[in-house]
Design a protein around this ligand. Structure first.
Ligand code: ADP
Ligand code: MG
Length: 332
């Protein structure tokens, strides 16, 4: 099973950024409202994620590291409307097979915390008491220490840190109601307070978050958008031409709260921009599409960047016309 885990790890764990994504998604699934991340050497030496979520009980701790052990799905019916980000029970098993992993958790604020450690192939999941506030801390050390071939695939620290920051940006943009911090070598790169549910699109913490993640001028150089039709809504910010970039990075699209990189979506957005103003340069945008979860399948692939819409044409046309209307109204 260890070997199977290491093979599976190739699919889920490509680099530190993929570890970060899996751990933070677990924290979000656990209902965390604060997630604090610490990195050493771009997460290769140490990648730590601490949350204040539900926590894991002593009895469930070793299970969390077992393959295909998920607490998120109990029946096949659950698969249909799966709302959690993970449900395959592969991530922790895969990560622990290629690193030195330490998992500490407590289920209630006054409960005793427990810790389990696993090290590469020698998976000795021994559970021992360890103090911890309610929530969970995952520490992943020495990523790929026992799979040198994979380790060789890692790029420079700078590049891996860029990937980590990109993953962080996407996660932090997906949940404004969750506070996030990111430290690298004991230095804060981001401190993003949570946005209260009652606060709207103009709230200072939201502006601060967008400013930290996308550049201080982003808000003043973009248009706010909120278009609705029956059963579908598109809202967010689209960057003005002066804010366009040479590369198609800084384009964030979320479908029902999940980051998506999808051909149909990309095409609709590109067409709308192209029609109005763009020539060669790439717009910056942060857009949220919300629609009935039953007409979209977001779990097409384990890394889940693609979606399948029941009526792709309808979604495409809605995105296109919403953006087109907003852009041409403002700029022509
Ligand atoms: P999946 O997310 O697909 O269920 P994972 O391997 O990512 O599988 O996690 C295995 C299990 O460990 C989860 O189903 C969950 O029960 C538990 N778990 C992992 N991380 C956390 C966390 N931060 N807080 C609470 N439970 C967690
Ligand atoms: Mg998971």
């Amino acid at each position: 099973p260890r070997l199977a885990n290491q093979i599976a790890a190739g699919e889920v764990v490509e680099r530190p950024a993929s570890v970060l994504k899996e751990l933070v998604e677990n924290s979000l699934d656990a209902g965390a409202t604060q997630i604090d991340i610490e990195l050493d050497q771009a997460g290769i030496k140490r990648l730590q994620v601490r949350d204040n979520g539900r926590g894991i009980s002593e009895a469930d701790l070793p299970l969390a590291l077992a393959r295909h052990a998920t607490s998120k799905i109990t029946t096949l019916d659950d698969l249909e409307g799966v709302a959690s980000l993970g449900f395959r029970g592969e991530a922790l098993a895969s990560i622990s097979s290629v690193s030195r992993l330490e998992l500490t958790s407590a289920t209630a604020s006054k409960a005793q915390g427990w810790r389990v450690v696993a090290e590469g192939r020698e998976m000795q999941a021994r559970v021992s008491p360890a103090p911890h506030p309610q929530g969970t801390t995952l520490v992943v050390r020495d990523l790929f220490f026992n799979t040198p071939a994979r380790r060789k695939f890692l790029r420079t620290e700078r590049t891996e840190l860029n990937h980590l920051e990109e993953t962080f940006r996407r996660l932090a943009l997906s949940r404004h109601d969750v506070g996030f911090t990111l430290q690298h070598q004991d230095k804060y790169l981001y401190r993003l307070p949570a946005l209260a549910a009652s606060e709207g699109l103009d709230a200072p913490p939201l502006a601060a978050r967008l400013g930290q993640l996308l550049g201080r001028e982003f808000l003043s150089q973009s248009l706010q958008l909120d278009q609705q039709a029956s059963g579908i809504r598109l809202w967010g910010w689209v960057g003005l031409p002066v804010y366009a970039r040479a590369q198609a990075d800084r384009q964030y699209f979320f479908v029902n709260g999940r980051a998506v990189r999808d051909k149909l979506v990309a095409h609709a957005v590109r067409q709308a921009y192209k029609d109005v103003l763009y020539s060669g340069r790439h717009p910056v945008f942060v857009l949220y599409l919300e629609l009935d979860p039953r007409v979209v399948d977001v779990n097409v692939h384990p890394t889940k960047h693609e979606v399948r819409f029941r009526d792709g044409r309808w979604v495409h046309d809605f995105i296109f016309s919403s953006l087109h209307k907003r852009l041409s109204g403002a700029l022509i």
